[in-house]
Design a protein around this ligand. Structure first.
Ligand SMILES: Cc1ncc(COP(=O)(O)O)c(C=O)c1O
Length: 397
């Protein structure tokens, strides 16, 4: 019985935070988990979120169940956010959105839905990708393969290899793409590359599954959706997972969405009814709070403007930390060129540190970096940057 069950390994990223919390070092630095930190090293609740929560508390009248797919008003606001108001898929009624527990919940609901109708499909993920992608799609029963993405030599995208691979994937397979702020590399496609990928998707007939976990943290809410718009123009059938963990700071409220695109409203309706069954047997219907916050903010122009300002501030801080890190590494006497860090987008940077250097930093310097060398740039503050650069210099030897 249960005594024969061996302990499972700790989660690669969340396990690192647990180890960090236990570390007694007074100079410890956590660049592991993907949580935004301000210059003081804290993750405060956004002021727009606080205001929205106050309003929700005042006006709430019931704790009755939510619809299986969540509040339709929330779904419409998510569609406006990911596509822009008035997009053809919205006006044609061929995109339907379910409120899910975070981006993770959206990915898993989407994976279970796809498994039901495309049981023999292979899911293609970028090499590398967020570790949970493989876990989620394997848990849904899929075979998972990788397509080339990052080139360690150039510290950029290996687009020729990616294009070749995507051009050989067969109809009915599923291709997972990060819309912006690729996790873990920070390396994104430019608009011309998106157009090529979108053309390949249309030609090959694979099903795009777009992971949109960082909208607004790359260049802007509008600029970050350009890849999605390119895909939507050539691939009438696709799935998009949204996460509001980072851009609204709603990590613990587990707020996300799954948007399903079909060829027309009738097909979208049929697919959505099947998505609802996936949700029903999983968590029945979503927890209301996070969705109410997003709905309250996005439907009030003043609150929305305040949130946009707060999102801009997060993005601008990350950009300035990237520049500061490159400068500080140079100043600490490191000969190696780290200027690529400034070209990457979003919260993460593939630092180029080897696994041995990552281990040295953790064991000797209490600097916590995810295996593979991913650092959360937002974890760098004016207080820890000097110690961090000195530690990296030692690690590089
Ligand atoms: C690429 C990517 N997708 C999805 C998620 C899941 O986000 P959530 O916390 O909303 O489940 C994350 C979170 O780190 C992520 O990095």
């Amino acid at each position: 019985m249960f005594e024969s069950i061996a302990p499972a390994p700790a989660d690669a990223i969340l396990g690192l935070t647990a180890a960090f919390q236990k570390d007694p070092s007074p100079t410890k630095v956590n660049l592991g988990v993907g949580v935004y930190k301000d210059a003081a090293g804290t993750t405060p609740i956004l002021a727009s979120v606080k205001t929205a929560e106050g309003r929700i508390l005042e006006s709430a009248k019931t704790k009755s169940y939510m619809p299986i797919g969540g509040d339709p008003a929330y779904g419409k606001l998510v569609q406006d956010m990911i596509l822009g108001e008035g997009h053809e898929a919205i006006t044609a009624g061929r995109v339907r959105t379910a409120h899910t527990p975070g981006g993770t919940g959206a990915l898993r609901v989407g994976a279970d839905f796809l498994k039901k109708f495309f049981p023999n499909a292979t899911v293609w993920i970028s090499k590398p990708t967020w570790a949970n992608h493989r876990g989620i799609f394997q848990a849904a029963g899929f075979k998972v393969e990788e397509y080339p993405y990052y080139d360690p030599k150039t510290k950029g995208l290996d687009f020729p290899a990616m294009r070749t691979a995507l051009g050989q994937i067969k109809a009915g397979d599923i291709v997972l793409l990060h819309v912006c702020c690729h996790n873990p590399t920070g390396v994104d496609l430019d608009q011309a590359q998106w157009k090529e990928v979108a053309a390949l998707g249309g030609r090959q007939g694979w099903i795009p599954f777009l992971d949109f976990a960082y909208q607004g943290l790359g260049d802007s809410v509008e600029a970050d959706r350009q890849g999605l718009l390119a895909m939507a123009a050539t691939c009438p059938e696709m799935l998009v997972s949204s996460s509001f963990s980072k851009n609204f700071g709603l990590y613990q409220d587990r707020t996300g969405a799954l948007s399903l695109f079909a060829r027309d409203a009738k097909q979208a309706e049929a697919c959505f009814s099947n998505l609802e069954i996936v949700v029903r047997v999983n968590y029945s219907n979503p927890a209301a709070h996070g969705g109410l916050i997003v709905t309250t903010i996005l439907s009030d122009p003043a609150l929305k403007a305040q949130w946009r300002g707060e999102l801009d501030a997060m993005r601008n801080r990350i950009a300035s930390v990237r520049a500061e890190l490159v400068r500080a590494l140079q100043q600490s006497g490191i000969a190696q060129d780290f200027s690529f860090i400034e070209r990457q987008k979003g919260m993460f940077s593939f630092s180029g540190l080897s696994d041995a250097q990552v281990q040295f930093l953790r064991e000797k310097k209490a600097v916590y970096v995810v295996g593979g060398g991913r650092i959360n740039v937002a974890g760098i503050t004016p207080k820890n940057i000097g110690y961090l650069c000195a530690s990296i210099r030692e690690a590089l030897g």
